[in-house]
Design a protein around this ligand. Structure first.
Ligand SMILES: *[C@@H]1O[C@H](CO)[C@@H](O)[C@H](O)[C@H]1NC(C)=O
Ligand SMILES: *[C@@H]1O[C@H](CO)[C@@H](O)[C@H](O)[C@H]1NC(C)=O
Ligand SMILES: *[C@@H]1O[C@H](CO)[C@@H](O)[C@H](O)[C@H]1NC(C)=O
Length: 351
């Protein structure tokens, strides 16, 4: 198994003065049970979290009472920049919109301190619409995501269920096939789309979780699991710090080892954590992220993976893949050498 001690040793060796936002004191990565940890918000800032802070159960109850508190924003090729708001229970809001139930639908979810306009949503909406004529539905759950981490985390299973109920409503009333949907979530949103999938009894075709959050999820049965959809893919980019370290999908990708991303400062949790959705976007644009299969997480971390290749990410809803993978990326978008990948792309047909 992967030795987290290695991560801690590396972190301990690095001076905290390089981070502009916080002083990391003696922090050395997140271990289950830790009281204090650091976590990056979707707003691009890193925060010190006290896991003993009280859960605001009133706020969760108030928000989750009413499905309408979740914002569902539709984008299509006809309205790629201007959202159309869909209201659960209001069929007119859907009929009047550009939603086409016969096209594939991508459902996204942001994470902590994010909202519908978060950079991750903007980039993914752009590339999914460029790639294919699909519906993109962006969840805005900023009402709870803006609370403290502990409250936001605690609300994820319920907000995810609400999302699942909305998806089911589209399925029932507009005959949107659950085999034609792809749920994509980042950070807390990774677990959130898992809960949405669970509400759909695992009938959604694909979930892609982009560095699902680690802190407080280790022993929570409500976390993302491979039972949540026919195919669950996970891209780990900040394991043992912001990200959940263990395999939790049908296929788990550990690009660059899964903890420290090429081109990011070692303590820049924002950079590592957000790479998950940047890689995803790049793989939707260029479906050439050929990764090697690994026998275990240790191999992935130590760059010892020599198994057959498998593609990381992409937009293919009917994708199937199994096991652990590593790809070594470049430091800048699109993170792979496109010319090199094009040269080898005829070989991709083999996989
Ligand atoms: C740093 O170490 C001190 C003493 O062991 C401990 O009280 C404190 O909580 C630690 N800080 C963090 C952020 O873990
Ligand atoms: C929840 O709703 C109740 C009743 O509307 C209100 O009194 C209370 O302040 C709300 N609590 C929070 C945390 O929003
Ligand atoms: C339903 O949505 C339509 C169009 O978005 C809106 O005009 C109408 O007021 C809504 N009806 C209800 C009952 O909210």
């Amino acid at each position: 198994m992967f030795s987290s001690a290695i991560v801690f040793a590396i972190l301990a060796a690095v001076s905290a003065r390089n981070n502009k936002d916080v002083s990391f004191e003696n922090w050395s990565g997140y271990r289950p049970g830790d009281r204090i940890f650091y976590f990056p918000g979707d707003n691009g800032k890193i925060y010190k979290i006290d896991s003993w802070e009280p859960i605001d159960r009133d706020a969760i109850r108030n928000y989750t009472c009413c499905p309408v508190n979740n914002g569902y924003w539709l984008y299509t090729r006809s309205n790629a920049k201007e959202k159309q708001i869909l209201i659960m229970g209001n069929k007119t809001s859907v009929k009047k919109s550009n939603f086409d139930p016969n096209k594939p639908t991508v459902f996204t979810s942001h994470g902590w301190l994010g909202d519908g306009n978060t950079e991750m949503n903007k980039l993914l909406t752009k590339v999914f619409l460029k790639d294919a004529d699909v519906n993109v539905i962006v969840l805005d759950w900023s009402g709870l995501a803006k609370m403290g981490y502990v409250t936001a985390k605690e609300s994820v299973p319920k907000v995810g269920r609400m999302y699942g109920q909305f998806i089911y409503w589209l399925h029932q009333n507009f005959h949107m096939s659950l085999q034609n949907i792809h749920l994509v979530g980042h950070s807390l949103g990774g677990h959130l789309v898992g809960s949405a999938g669970r509400e759909l009894k695992g009938a959604a075709q694909r979930i892609t979780a982009l560095d699902p959050a680690g802190p407080l999820w280790c022993c929570d049965k409500r976390r993302l699991s491979r039972r949540d959809a026919h195919y669950v893919e996970v891209i780990h980019t900040n394991a043992y710090m912001a990200g959940y370290p263990k395999p939790c999908g049908h296929s788990d990708h550990y690009p660059n080892g899964g903890s420290f991303m090429t081109g990011c400062h070692v303590l820049d949790l924002i950079c590592h954590h957000s790479r998950s959705w940047k890689y995803m976007a790049a793989s939707v644009e260029h479906n050439k992220f050929l990764a090697n299969k690994c026998a275990n997480v240790w191999e992935a971390f130590h760059n010892r993976c020599s198994g057959y290749g498998g593609l990381m990410g992409n937009s293919f809803i009917a994708k199937t893949q199994f096991g652990l993978y590593r790809i070594n990326t470049l430091a800048d978008y699109p993170y792979i050498d496109i010319k090199f990948a094009n040269f080898y792309s005829p070989l991709l047909k083999l996989y």
